[in-house]
Design a protein around this ligand. Structure first.
Ligand code: XMP
Length: 315
């Protein structure tokens, strides 16, 4: 790759020459889409619309963080509030693959409607080199049908511009730092969002439980890493199991839900080893989760499997 500054200047010139009308990009707040949106915004200003689809399945505070990021970068953006549509489409569905398909399709429909009303004739995507080099023979695609914001179909009837096509992840992060994009250090987060961490039916109530548990796990692990107790894992989160187990609350029998703590080390997500979280950190997380969600969760377990044989996410 060229020097970062040269890359940025060339990319902006290239985008200017390619986009003469209006363009749209789907932006989840992930580093690739944020960098692509920032470069495009610098090139064509408000002729770009960045759309963040709020599917109701995002992490605690995530929508506000993305809003702030967009504002800081001066990007013309819209938050498409589609949570109710997603929950309605997912009602009664428990099969992991079906959930993924429903979420992927709904996302496309919501995004298409935004593109139409903005009058976009160009689609900008944050595709990076590994996305197209690996596509087709990616092992993970045969295991789970992946959905991400780059997973839009080719037939949306718009011209395609991919400013990061030749970059690898570390190079995208360099560009992000150069541009001041705050997403540059975020951990990976799956396209179907908290739905794949909520085993069984995806309801607003279940998502609320896993959202709070994810927040506690992220918070405690970040604090432990900052205190030098452990390295910050590559990815760390909570999952909610659909089964109940017997517990005791005060002197009463409780029949509550189980939260799984999952943290892994990985380079590219294709293989992973479980992160060795110190016992005292696990202890704090388990206590916080069962205290703060007393009426719902009475058990916390720690996932100590590597990938393979398991996968990083539970669905
Ligand atoms: P798995 O669970 O397959 O996950 O071991 C590997 C990595 O991919 C993330 N992941 C996804 N990312 N769309 C994405 O953009 C998806 O549908 C998806 N499913 C899983 C997962 O969080 C991990 O980092």
């Amino acid at each position: 790759m060229l020097g970062v500054e040269d890359f940025v200047n060339e990319a902006i010139e290239d985008i200017k020459s390619k986009i003469t009308g209006k363009a749209i990009i789907a932006c989840s707040g992930g580093v690739d889409s944020m960098v692509a949106a920032t470069l495009t915004s610098k090139a064509i200003g408000d002729r770009l619309l960045a759309v963040y689809v709020d599917n109701g399945l995002m992490r605690k505070g995530e929508t506000d963080e993305v809003r702030t990021m967009m504002e800081h970068m001066g990007i013309n953006f819209k938050i498409a509030d589609a949570g109710e549509q997603f929950f309605a489409a997912l009602k009664g569905v428990t099969d992991p693959e079906q959930k993924r398909k429903i979420i992927g399709e709904k996302f496309i429909r919501v995004f298409e409607a935004e593109a139409r009303s903005f009058g976009a004739d160009t689609l900008v995507q944050g595709t990076i080199a590994p996305d197209w080099i690996e596509s087709g023979d990616g092992v993970r695609d045969t295991i789970k049908s992946h959905h991400n914001v780059g997973g839009l179909p080719k037939d949306l009837g718009m011209a395609l511009v991919e400013p990061l096509r030749d970059l690898y992840k570390d190079e995208v992060r360099d560009v992000a730092r150069f541009l001041g994009v705050e997403a540059s250090e975020r951990q990976p987060f799956p396209g179907p969002a908290l739905a794949v961490r909520c085993l069984g039916e995806v309801t607003p109530e279940n998502i609320e439980i896993v959202r709070e548990a994810c927040f506690i796990v992220e918070d405690e692990i970040r604090k432990a890493a900052a205190a030098g107790k452990m390295p910050l894992p590559w990815q760390y989160f909570a999952a909610l199991l659909p089964t109940r187990s017997v517990g005791v609350q005060g002197d009463r029998r409780a029949y509550g839900r189980t939260i799984v703590i999952r943290a892994v080390e990985s380079v590219d997500g294709m293989t992973a080893t479980y992160a060795k979280i110190p016992m005292d950190v696990l202890d704090v997380m388990a206590t916080r989760i069962t205290n703060e969600m007393k009426s719902q969760v009475n058990r916390v377990v720690y996932d100590i499997t590597n990938k393979p044989p398991s996968t990083i996410e539970w669905e």
